[in-house]
Design a protein around this ligand. Sequence first.
Ligand SMILES: [Zn+2]
Length: 327
Amino acid sequence: MSKWCVGIDLGGTFIKFCLLSADHKPTRIFQLPTPSDRGGQGVADQMIAGAQQAMKEAGAKVRDIVGVGIGSPGPMSMARGVVFRTPNLPMLEGFPLRDAVSKAMGVPVALENDANAAAYGEYLCGDGSRRGDMVFLTLGTGVGSGIIVNGKLLHGDHEIGGEIGHMILEPDGELCGCGQRGCLERYCSATFLAEYARRLIEQNGRKSRLQDVLKAKGDIDAKDISDACRDGDALAAEVWDRAARYLAIGCVNICRIFDPDEIVLGGGLTKAGDELLAPVQRHVAKLHWSLTMPATKISIARLGNDAGAIGAAGVAWSAFARPKDKH
Ligand SMILES: [Zn+2]
């Protein structure tokens, strides 16, 4: 009988579910709303309901389930299976999420940081040929990241390792939500790109066609900037290139520390595809040391929003598989 792991990707609005086979084939990914009115137990109950639905769809019984992986926004203690204070999921603070789901389902459960889970999903399923070390960055509201060395996610000694988004690129730079100044996240996230363009227009009086967008919508987003950039708007091009340059600085630093086979970029900003990748690669070529040629590939993630659920299941496979489960 086939063996499976369940992958659960917890977000502030939705929880995503899938099963993953031993040879890393995911089942259909679906989502259920994240309940906000029944505390941590309500979230655990919804996870159990979704896991059971995924199992039913695949014809899997509890005895076919090797384990469950939950990807959640952090910070958290993976060792204790508890999420700490997280702004979009305040009901989870201190709730023993891992043990509640494990006890109710009768299978082992692993709790993992959501960006790490997404990184692992891309590692396992994003590109079938991927075998080397990989660093994943997701450029969205913030910048999440995951580092995979020798097939394993890097957690650090205090469970806070692999936070590339909070690598300081500018001492005394932009204040970050984490309390540091000059973090990569404050220069390369989709949110900051829009904020910076607005600042140049509203505070510095710069001219741009983005002013029309601002007037029409009341706000601008990263896509408006890449669209304006494509239409030859000078301010949009400057904002876009600045983000690409900071991202390239981050990538070169990553190469100096880890020398990974690949840096994979995901999240909202990467919808621009080559319009993001090309300037990042151009800046990397300029910033890179002269001792060796750049050898690390930089590419766009393949799995999109599915990476978290698939990767969470992959984390469970990595934590709980015994040799006989793989057949
Ligand atoms: Zn930070």
